[in-house]
Design a binder for this molecule. Sequence first.
Ligand SMILES: CC(C)(COP(=O)(O)OP(=O)(O)OC[C@H]1O[C@@H](n2cnc3c(N)ncnc32)[C@H](O)[C@@H]1OP(=O)(O)O)[C@@H](O)C(=O)NCCC(=O)NCCS
Length: 433
Amino acid sequence: MVDNRQHVKWFRESSPYIKAHRNKTFVIHLGGEAMGHENFHNIIDDILLLNSLGIRLVLAMGAKPQIDSAVTEAGQKSQTDNGVRITSPELLPVVQQTVGKLKIDLEAALSRGIVKTTQSGRDIFLASGNYIKAKPFGIRKGIDFHHTGTVRKINTDLIHQQLDMGAIVIVAPIGYSPSGEIFNIHSTEVAGEVATALLADKLILLVDGTGQMDHNGELISELAVSDIQASELKAYSPIAIAHKACLHSVERCHLISYKKDGALLEELFTRDGVGTQITRVSYEQIRSAASEDIPGILELIEPLEAEGTLVKRSRELIESEIDKFIVIERDGLIVSCAALYPFEDKGELACLATHPSYRNGNRGELLLKEIKKRARTSKMSAIFVLTTVTTHWFTERGFVEKDVQDLPHGRHSLYNYQRKSKYFEMPLKADSQ
Ligand SMILES: CC(C)(COP(=O)(O)OP(=O)(O)OC[C@H]1O[C@@H](n2cnc3c(N)ncnc32)[C@H](O)[C@@H]1OP(=O)(O)O)[C@@H](O)C(=O)NCCC(=O)NCCS
């Protein structure tokens, strides 16, 4: 007999995300590499599923490898400079033909997907058009890029109208000048510019790897835009595009693999995701606390101590334990804090708080991720929390209730039976983020 418990658990855990994503606008960059990959049809099915859940979708398509092949087949040569194709007048018809065919293939795949998946019978509306006003890339360092263009303006009203009607909007990497000239534009630029202009909630770039890697080749699951060194980024690379979009207006960008079946769903509907999420908290900093932060931390936690949500901590205690704290600072104000205390091979997450004016901005989640990261670095096997009123916040993020008798010995001896706090634990897998 098939064990459906895992499905039930996954479905329950994904329900808050289903609610959160409804009516949100996501721009997905579908590069030519993704469209040529064997996993493409699974991606299409997942895109249709997102559409059926009420997510407003814009697909910014690319066609680079397909254009490369078509150019070779036509016996022509394509030149690039710094990753930008030089679209000569001879090359333009090849580009037009290839992009046109690929767009039709994409529309066909989306149409076929509807029949194949559970959404059979549901009408789906695909829209595309002259959304991009372009200007020439120009002559740079003596090189004439001819019909290679760059985005001048996006017709956001038209895209929004079509999204309002429930359409999946397809944006090709082609723009038009007011004089009727046709321009070939880098598709990642199009994706970033469209997401920015639409004030999209998410820009999702499907990439070759699993996401953004650190210097040790490990996946970075979460990056604040302020952590990215813009000068080190390759122009038009997914991370550069994500960085720019976040700096401008997009709340979150995601880099996820186009090769992994289900990566889109895992990234959007599970707590930890599978790729790299880049968030916009540029003017905020998450960092280790220092002694100058003590007045700010006290101001933040004292009201919560007074109402009994947090255990009372004296200034002296915080002073002596300041190295256990991390904070989020915004314009010089401590808006969130948390602490990690080691007990045997586990760590207690304590004193987690966000200023009431700044709640529901994902700061608690960011602190939890940072605490998990630090706990893993210290080789801890789990983090735990003792809480009286915030039980659901922790269980919704993967903590599981345990008997207080199972607390690490050193913490159990300090347990305050009058507070009747509940004990929740989250195991840490060394290999996950
Ligand atoms: C819990 C707390 C730290 C979350 O901070 P935050 O910066 O708002 O965190 P996030 O933005 O990541 O999470 C917000 C989400 O948690 C939910 N949430 C807040 N408190 C909750 C609770 N007690 N139970 C369940 N969910 C809760 C919010 O409704 C919001 O959900 P939504 O995104 O579906 O709207 C903050 O509410 C707080 O400071 N609470 C008082 C102190 C406290 O209870 N600390 C824990 C002590 S152990």
